[in-house]
Design a protein around this ligand. Structure first.
Ligand SMILES: [Zn+2]
Length: 287
Protein backbone atom coordinates (compact mmCIF):
# COMPACT_ATOMS: atom_id res chain seq x y z
CA UNK A 1 0.00 0.00 0.00
CA UNK A 2 1.45 3.30 -0.98
CA UNK A 3 1.83 5.87 1.69
CA UNK A 4 0.51 9.32 1.05
CA UNK A 5 1.20 12.45 3.03
CA UNK A 6 -1.45 14.08 5.13
CA UNK A 7 -1.27 17.05 2.81
CA UNK A 8 -2.48 14.93 -0.04
CA UNK A 9 -5.50 13.64 1.82
CA UNK A 10 -7.97 16.46 1.30
CA UNK A 11 -7.30 16.49 -2.41
CA UNK A 12 -7.38 12.75 -2.91
CA UNK A 13 -10.06 11.33 -0.68
CA UNK A 14 -13.20 13.25 -1.29
CA UNK A 15 -15.31 14.81 -3.90
CA UNK A 16 -15.28 18.46 -3.09
CA UNK A 17 -13.80 19.50 0.17
CA UNK A 18 -16.81 19.45 2.39
CA UNK A 19 -18.79 16.82 4.26
CA UNK A 20 -22.12 17.71 5.85
CA UNK A 21 -21.23 21.37 5.98
CA UNK A 22 -17.88 20.71 7.64
CA UNK A 23 -14.76 21.60 5.70
CA UNK A 24 -11.38 20.01 5.96
CA UNK A 25 -8.89 22.10 7.85
CA UNK A 26 -5.93 22.74 5.62
CA UNK A 27 -2.94 25.05 5.75
CA UNK A 28 -1.31 24.83 2.36
CA UNK A 29 1.98 26.67 2.58
CA UNK A 30 4.89 27.19 4.90
CA UNK A 31 4.05 29.83 7.48
CA UNK A 32 0.29 29.76 6.89
CA UNK A 33 -1.68 30.39 10.05
CA UNK A 34 -5.23 29.98 11.25
CA UNK A 35 -7.15 31.15 14.29
CA UNK A 36 -9.24 28.32 15.69
CA UNK A 37 -11.29 27.13 18.61
CA UNK A 38 -10.74 23.44 19.28
CA UNK A 39 -14.10 21.91 20.16
CA UNK A 40 -12.86 19.21 22.50
CA UNK A 41 -13.07 19.79 26.23
CA UNK A 42 -12.08 16.34 27.46
CA UNK A 43 -10.24 13.36 26.07
CA UNK A 44 -13.57 11.48 26.08
CA UNK A 45 -14.72 13.64 23.18
CA UNK A 46 -11.77 12.74 20.96
CA UNK A 47 -12.76 11.19 17.65
CA UNK A 48 -10.21 8.44 17.15
CA UNK A 49 -10.80 5.72 14.59
CA UNK A 50 -8.94 2.75 13.23
CA UNK A 51 -9.29 2.92 9.50
CA UNK A 52 -8.06 1.41 6.32
CA UNK A 53 -6.83 4.39 4.41
CA UNK A 54 -6.02 4.61 0.78
CA UNK A 55 -8.78 2.22 -0.27
CA UNK A 56 -9.71 2.84 -3.88
CA UNK A 57 -13.47 3.25 -4.11
CA UNK A 58 -14.96 4.39 -7.39
CA UNK A 59 -11.56 5.58 -8.55
CA UNK A 60 -10.98 7.69 -5.45
CA UNK A 61 -8.90 6.97 -2.42
CA UNK A 62 -11.06 6.73 0.65
CA UNK A 63 -10.83 5.77 4.28
CA UNK A 64 -12.91 2.82 5.37
CA UNK A 65 -13.72 2.03 8.97
CA UNK A 66 -12.04 -1.13 10.23
CA UNK A 67 -14.86 -3.18 11.73
CA UNK A 68 -12.91 -5.51 13.99
CA UNK A 69 -11.78 -4.90 17.50
CA UNK A 70 -7.99 -4.59 17.51
CA UNK A 71 -7.82 -7.69 19.70
CA UNK A 72 -9.91 -9.80 17.37
CA UNK A 73 -8.54 -11.91 14.57
CA UNK A 74 -8.11 -10.38 11.15
CA UNK A 75 -10.84 -12.65 9.81
CA UNK A 76 -13.41 -10.40 11.47
CA UNK A 77 -12.71 -7.68 8.91
CA UNK A 78 -12.53 -8.59 5.21
CA UNK A 79 -10.10 -5.73 4.51
CA UNK A 80 -7.78 -6.87 7.29
CA UNK A 81 -8.12 -10.45 6.07
CA UNK A 82 -6.95 -9.34 2.65
CA UNK A 83 -3.82 -7.81 4.17
CA UNK A 84 -4.80 -4.15 4.01
CA UNK A 85 -3.09 -2.17 6.72
CA UNK A 86 -4.80 -0.15 9.42
CA UNK A 87 -3.92 3.23 10.86
CA UNK A 88 -5.22 5.19 13.82
CA UNK A 89 -6.39 8.70 13.13
CA UNK A 90 -7.81 11.49 15.23
CA UNK A 91 -10.36 13.83 13.65
CA UNK A 92 -10.27 17.14 15.48
CA UNK A 93 -13.37 19.32 15.40
CA UNK A 94 -12.55 23.00 15.28
CA UNK A 95 -14.09 26.37 14.49
CA UNK A 96 -11.87 28.28 12.11
CA UNK A 97 -12.18 32.05 12.15
CA UNK A 98 -11.84 33.97 8.95
CA UNK A 99 -12.59 37.52 7.96
CA UNK A 100 -15.21 38.09 5.30
CA UNK A 101 -15.20 40.89 2.76
CA UNK A 102 -17.07 43.15 5.15
CA UNK A 103 -14.33 42.70 7.69
CA UNK A 104 -16.48 40.59 9.96
CA UNK A 105 -15.08 37.50 11.60
CA UNK A 106 -16.89 34.30 10.67
CA UNK A 107 -16.71 30.92 12.36
CA UNK A 108 -16.52 27.92 10.05
CA UNK A 109 -16.65 24.32 11.29
CA UNK A 110 -13.67 22.34 10.10
CA UNK A 111 -12.20 18.95 10.86
CA UNK A 112 -8.48 18.34 11.10
CA UNK A 113 -7.25 14.84 10.50
CA UNK A 114 -4.05 14.01 12.30
CA UNK A 115 -1.98 11.10 13.48
CA UNK A 116 -2.61 9.70 16.92
CA UNK A 117 0.23 11.72 18.42
CA UNK A 118 -2.08 14.72 18.23
CA UNK A 119 -4.33 13.10 20.82
CA UNK A 120 -1.47 13.51 23.25
CA UNK A 121 -0.89 17.07 22.11
CA UNK A 122 -4.54 17.91 22.70
CA UNK A 123 -4.49 16.23 26.10
CA UNK A 124 -1.48 18.32 27.05
CA UNK A 125 -3.36 21.44 25.97
CA UNK A 126 -6.36 20.42 28.07
CA UNK A 127 -4.09 19.80 31.06
CA UNK A 128 -2.59 23.24 30.60
CA UNK A 129 -5.58 25.39 29.66
CA UNK A 130 -8.71 23.45 30.64
CA UNK A 131 -11.65 22.98 28.27
CA UNK A 132 -10.30 23.85 24.85
CA UNK A 133 -13.59 25.22 23.54
CA UNK A 134 -13.09 28.11 25.94
CA UNK A 135 -9.76 29.02 24.37
CA UNK A 136 -8.54 30.42 21.10
CA UNK A 137 -5.46 28.95 19.46
CA UNK A 138 -3.35 29.84 16.50
CA UNK A 139 -2.09 26.98 14.35
CA UNK A 140 0.92 27.63 12.18
CA UNK A 141 2.29 25.40 9.47
CA UNK A 142 6.03 24.81 9.41
CA UNK A 143 6.93 23.12 6.18
CA UNK A 144 6.62 23.73 2.49
CA UNK A 145 3.70 22.42 0.47
CA UNK A 146 4.16 18.72 -0.16
CA UNK A 147 6.86 18.34 2.46
CA UNK A 148 6.70 15.12 4.45
CA UNK A 149 8.43 16.84 7.36
CA UNK A 150 5.72 19.41 7.91
CA UNK A 151 4.89 20.15 11.52
CA UNK A 152 2.34 22.42 13.11
CA UNK A 153 2.82 24.77 16.02
CA UNK A 154 -0.14 25.46 18.27
CA UNK A 155 -0.11 28.75 20.16
CA UNK A 156 -2.42 29.79 22.94
CA UNK A 157 -3.98 33.16 22.14
CA UNK A 158 -4.64 35.77 24.78
CA UNK A 159 -8.36 36.25 25.48
CA UNK A 160 -7.59 39.95 25.84
CA UNK A 161 -6.74 40.10 22.17
CA UNK A 162 -8.96 37.30 20.85
CA UNK A 163 -12.12 38.13 22.72
CA UNK A 164 -15.12 35.81 22.81
CA UNK A 165 -17.41 38.50 21.47
CA UNK A 166 -15.22 38.78 18.38
CA UNK A 167 -14.54 35.04 18.01
CA UNK A 168 -17.88 33.49 18.92
CA UNK A 169 -18.25 29.96 20.12
CA UNK A 170 -20.80 27.89 18.19
CA UNK A 171 -21.65 24.93 20.37
CA UNK A 172 -23.96 23.33 17.80
CA UNK A 173 -21.47 23.43 14.94
CA UNK A 174 -20.79 19.69 15.15
CA UNK A 175 -24.07 18.45 16.60
CA UNK A 176 -25.04 16.76 13.32
CA UNK A 177 -21.58 15.78 12.22
CA UNK A 178 -19.46 12.69 12.55
CA UNK A 179 -16.29 11.84 10.68
CA UNK A 180 -17.62 8.28 10.61
CA UNK A 181 -19.97 8.04 7.69
CA UNK A 182 -18.57 11.11 5.96
CA UNK A 183 -14.79 11.23 5.74
CA UNK A 184 -14.65 7.60 6.80
CA UNK A 185 -16.87 5.17 4.96
CA UNK A 186 -18.78 3.12 7.51
CA UNK A 187 -19.47 -0.33 6.06
CA UNK A 188 -20.62 -3.60 7.55
CA UNK A 189 -19.09 -7.04 7.11
CA UNK A 190 -21.26 -8.00 4.15
CA UNK A 191 -20.53 -4.75 2.35
CA UNK A 192 -16.82 -5.23 2.86
CA UNK A 193 -17.03 -8.80 1.60
CA UNK A 194 -18.87 -7.59 -1.48
CA UNK A 195 -16.22 -4.94 -1.98
CA UNK A 196 -13.42 -7.49 -1.81
CA UNK A 197 -15.18 -9.73 -4.30
CA UNK A 198 -16.38 -7.13 -6.77
CA UNK A 199 -14.25 -4.04 -6.16
CA UNK A 200 -17.24 -1.90 -5.28
CA UNK A 201 -19.70 -1.55 -2.45
CA UNK A 202 -23.37 -2.48 -2.83
CA UNK A 203 -25.25 0.45 -4.26
CA UNK A 204 -27.97 0.32 -1.58
CA UNK A 205 -27.27 2.80 1.19
CA UNK A 206 -26.34 0.29 3.85
CA UNK A 207 -24.29 2.62 5.97
CA UNK A 208 -26.93 3.30 8.57
CA UNK A 209 -27.72 -0.40 8.89
CA UNK A 210 -24.27 -1.49 9.84
CA UNK A 211 -24.48 -4.51 12.09
CA UNK A 212 -21.04 -3.80 13.40
CA UNK A 213 -20.43 -1.39 16.22
CA UNK A 214 -18.33 1.51 15.02
CA UNK A 215 -14.77 1.06 16.11
CA UNK A 216 -14.34 4.42 17.73
CA UNK A 217 -11.61 4.20 20.28
CA UNK A 218 -11.43 5.90 23.61
CA UNK A 219 -8.33 7.89 24.22
CA UNK A 220 -5.70 6.20 26.37
CA UNK A 221 -2.65 8.30 27.10
CA UNK A 222 0.47 6.58 25.89
CA UNK A 223 3.40 8.79 26.80
CA UNK A 224 5.83 6.40 25.18
CA UNK A 225 4.28 7.06 21.79
CA UNK A 226 4.00 10.80 22.19
CA UNK A 227 5.94 13.03 19.90
CA UNK A 228 6.01 15.78 22.46
CA UNK A 229 8.49 15.73 25.27
CA UNK A 230 6.22 16.95 28.03
CA UNK A 231 6.12 14.71 31.07
CA UNK A 232 2.79 13.17 32.02
CA UNK A 233 0.82 15.63 34.05
CA UNK A 234 -0.78 14.21 37.16
CA UNK A 235 -2.91 17.05 38.55
CA UNK A 236 -6.32 17.40 37.01
CA UNK A 237 -7.38 20.78 35.75
CA UNK A 238 -8.86 22.63 38.71
CA UNK A 239 -8.90 26.27 37.80
CA UNK A 240 -12.26 28.07 37.64
CA UNK A 241 -13.46 29.28 34.28
CA UNK A 242 -12.83 32.87 35.22
CA UNK A 243 -9.28 32.22 36.34
CA UNK A 244 -6.79 34.83 35.22
CA UNK A 245 -4.84 33.73 32.23
CA UNK A 246 -1.12 33.93 32.78
CA UNK A 247 0.68 36.37 30.56
CA UNK A 248 3.14 33.68 29.70
CA UNK A 249 2.30 30.09 30.41
CA UNK A 250 4.27 28.96 33.42
CA UNK A 251 6.40 25.87 33.28
CA UNK A 252 4.88 22.67 34.51
CA UNK A 253 5.24 22.42 38.27
CA UNK A 254 7.85 19.83 39.08
CA UNK A 255 6.17 18.81 42.30
CA UNK A 256 7.18 15.29 43.33
CA UNK A 257 3.75 14.37 44.66
CA UNK A 258 0.92 14.13 42.09
CA UNK A 259 -1.43 16.22 44.15
CA UNK A 260 -3.72 18.76 42.55
CA UNK A 261 -2.83 22.22 43.78
CA UNK A 262 -5.40 23.89 46.00
CA UNK A 263 -7.50 26.47 44.25
CA UNK A 264 -6.13 29.34 46.31
CA UNK A 265 -2.63 28.45 45.24
CA UNK A 266 -2.67 27.59 41.55
CA UNK A 267 0.64 26.93 39.82
CA UNK A 268 0.80 30.36 38.27
CA UNK A 269 0.85 31.98 41.70
CA UNK A 270 3.59 29.85 43.13
CA UNK A 271 6.89 31.50 43.95
CA UNK A 272 9.00 31.89 40.90
CA UNK A 273 6.08 31.72 38.50
CA UNK A 274 5.50 34.64 36.14
CA UNK A 275 3.28 37.39 37.46
CA UNK A 276 -0.25 36.89 36.22
CA UNK A 277 -1.07 40.54 35.70
CA UNK A 278 1.80 41.36 33.43
CA UNK A 279 0.45 44.22 31.31
CA UNK A 280 2.69 43.37 28.40
CA UNK A 281 1.46 41.47 25.39
CA UNK A 282 1.68 37.78 26.17
CA UNK A 283 4.18 35.75 24.36
CA UNK A 284 2.73 32.72 22.65
CA UNK A 285 3.25 29.32 24.11
CA UNK A 286 4.97 26.81 21.92
CA UNK A 287 4.05 23.19 21.73
ZN1 LIG B 1 -9.94 -4.06 9.09
Amino acid sequence: MAQISFDAIPETTNEGNQQNGVDFFNLKNDGDEAIVRIMHDTTASFNIFTVHDNVTVGGKRRKVNCIRDPHEGTDRCPLCASGMGIVNRIFINMLQYTQNQQGQIEAKPVVWERSLSYATRLKNLIDEYGPLSECIFKIKRCGAAGSMDTTYEIFFCSPKVYRDDMYPRVDTAFSNYSALGTIILNKNYNDLMTFMQTGSFPSAPAQAESAQAPQQMSYQPKPETATVSAAPVAPAYQAPVSAPVPAAAPPMPAAPAPVAPPLDNPPWQQPGAPVANNPGRPSPRYY
